[in-house]
Design a protein around this ligand. Sequence first.
Ligand SMILES: *[C@@H]1O[C@H](CO)[C@@H](O)[C@H](O)[C@H]1NC(C)=O
Length: 170
Amino acid sequence: MMIPLIVSTFIHLVFIFAAVSCEKDSIYDILKAHGLPMGLLPKGISRFDIDDTGRFEVHLDQACNAKFESQLHFDTNVSGTLSYGQIGALSGIAAQELFLWFPVKGIGVDVPSSGLIYFDVGVVVKQLPLSMFETPKDCMAVGDFESGDSIPDDDLLAESIAKSIRETWT
Ligand SMILES: *[C@@H]1O[C@H](CO)[C@@H](O)[C@H](O)[C@H]1NC(C)=O
């Protein structure tokens, strides 16, 4: 009795992995299958690659900004490493804070869900309600960011934050 059970479990797992890695699934389905909200990426993404280590690359028609509590910027190419409940080594997404853009380095949710989602922007981890990311949003076309242009590099960061704080409080 045990052997048929193991075999059928194995066959089921094979089907589950085949379904998860199947190219016909949308990137939104893949996010969902990894416990992440579909609205993390904007509407209209059809070109993407993901390998079996979870390394993915998503191609947008144009770089764009989508409004959440504040704005998120998406470059034409977004890449990262997807695992259950999190995305690491992220590149191509920036979050606006205090009128500055910060590259988002990672995104994660609690497992089991606490209803919160976390954005690692290097200096701080920003925490937002998960419900804000339930469905993919419209995204307004803008230019790609040049590195060292709108996104402050690490050397400029402390200075920029200090400046924003001074401007806010004086
Ligand atoms: C985006 O990725 C494509 C395919 O990998 C590449 O040809 C293109 O140059 C990349 N675009 C940017 C802006 O990096």
